[in-house]
Design a protein around this ligand. Structure first.
Ligand SMILES: CC(C)(COP(=O)(O)OP(=O)(O)OC[C@H]1O[C@@H](n2cnc3c(N)ncnc32)[C@H](O)[C@@H]1OP(=O)(O)O)[C@@H](O)C(=O)NCCC(=O)NCCS
Length: 196
């Protein structure tokens, strides 16, 4: 069984806990500057929606479900990265995907790149799949930059209804072959080996 606690140079990735709910709501779900980039969140924000997300995070089985990691810095929640099971992206239904967010206060320090490298090592060690995919708004330049540094490349575009913006938005579909990720960031089994 893979661990669900991963320490990186500056961060700790771990499963969500019940006490994460209030900071999750304050710095993530109820901040429009975060929600606006995430397709599925209602705006104005709904506590019931956040509670449902938090509940499914608490119940997630790391062996087989979409697994949401909480990201901690200095013992405080600063964001999240979800290693999503295949099926989330209709254009690549057989490929697992990645989703993430970081509080505004924590942005600009390269934390998300560090967190995603660790989450992808974990994801590749868990998955039979030899690639990951991601979908990002065409105007989300910060996120596209993070994806490019991880080794993702654009492979297509699609349009999705963005619930918080109440309009259709052009998205870029990005693809990451495992061998490209490992050439840039190390072998997943080796990197996860010490943590198993
Ligand atoms: C995407 C997100 C996680 C990135 O956070 P971060 O890691 O702190 O990102 P940074 O501020 O370090 O920026 C990452 C890179 O993008 C660049 N960048 C940031 N804003 C940019 C902009 N408006 N235009 C061009 N490049 C930009 C930065 O210079 C940096 O590049 P570098 O690494 O070469 O220096 C964060 O912005 C976020 O949570 N946004 C809201 C939710 C979201 O968008 N989730 C992803 C959905 S696909």
């Amino acid at each position: 069984m893979l661990t669900t606690t991963i320490d990186t140079q500056r961060l700790r990735l771990r499963g969500y806990r019940p006490k994460d709910f209030e900071p999750f709501w304050d710095i993530g779900h109820s901040d429009f500057e975060i929600a606006r980039w995430l397709t599925g969140l209602s705006w104005p924000p709904l506590r019931s929606e956040a509670e449902a997300t938090a509940q499914s995070a608490l119940n997630a089985d790391p062996a087989k479900d979409t697994f949401p990691f909480a990201i901690e810095h200095d013992g405080k929640l600063i964001g999240g990265v979800d290693v999503q099971k295949a099926g989330d992206l209709s254009e690549f239904p057989e490929i697992p995907t990645l989703g993430y967010w970081l509080s505004q206060a924590a942005q600009g320090h390269g934390y998300m790149l560090e967190a995603c490298v660790a989450a992808l090592h974990w994801g590749f060690a868990r998955e039979a799949s030899d690639s990951f995919a991601a979908r990002v708004f065409a105007t989300n330049y910060a996120s596209q930059r993070v994806l490019k540094k991880l080794g993702f490349e654009p492979v297509g575009v699609c349009v999705r209804y963005a619930k918080p913006l109440k309009t259709n938005v052009e998205n870029v579909i990005m693809h990451l072959p495992r061998d490209r990720f490992e050439a840039l960031h190390g072998d997943a089994y080796v990197m996860m080996g010490a943590a198993q």
